[in-house]
Design a protein around this ligand. Structure first.
Ligand SMILES: NC(=O)c1ccc[n+]([C@@H]2O[C@H](COP(=O)([O-])OP(=O)(O)OC[C@H]3O[C@@H](n4cnc5c(N)ncnc54)[C@H](O)[C@@H]3O)[C@@H](O)[C@H]2O)c1
Length: 130
């Protein structure tokens, strides 16, 4: 298994499901983790269960200003961010590809999340290089 000691990770959608499992696994491997999610109650409960090296930050990943706040809070608490797990999204829609349209709210929402997260990650990578 990987050793993530000293690494700082933001895991979006970390309050439940796959993201919450990733939070627990990263914590077990030694990382300091910020759970970025809109579900505060579950995220805060998971953070307090795992201890001081896991924190919750309210983050709507479609909102660039929320990203800035979460990154700032993470860096203030843990130092520069090394890892982004871009997991937040809306799962569980068991439709075939033929039943989805490009105008569907699901696709629009998940695309906005992805673009906002990639823009944030890109900005941070460039900031750390300079
Ligand atoms: N479970 C599956 O079978 C499956 C299959 C394919 C893809 N996925 C993808 O994997 C990811 C996780 O899926 P899951 O099954 O754990 O889903 P889940 O619904 O259990 O968890 C998704 C998490 O994302 C959070 N979230 C939703 N919108 C958000 C937003 N705007 N900002 C921040 N957080 C937000 C939710 O609050 C939730 O905690 C999703 O992106 C999903 O689309 C899941």
């Amino acid at each position: 298994m990987f050793d993530l000691k000293g690494k700082v990770a933001i895991i979006t959608g970390g309050s439940s499901g796959i993201g919450a499992s990733a939070v627990s696994m990263f914590h077990q491997l030694g990382a300091k983790v910020t759970i970025g999610d809109i579900q505060a109650e579950q995220g805060e409960a998971l953070a307090s269960e795992l201890g001081d090296l896991v924190r919750f930050s309210r983050l709507d990943v479609t909102d660039p200003s929320a990203w800035e706040r979460t990154v700032h809070e993470t860096e203030s608490a843990f130092g520069p961010v090394n890892i982004l797990v871009n997991n937040a999204g809306h799962g569980g829609h068991r439709k075939s590809i033929q039943d989805l349209s490009l105008g569907s709210g699901l696709i629009d929402h998940n695309q906005k999340m992805t673009v906002a997260a990639i823009a944030m990650a890109d900005m941070k990578v460039w900031a750390q290089r300079s």
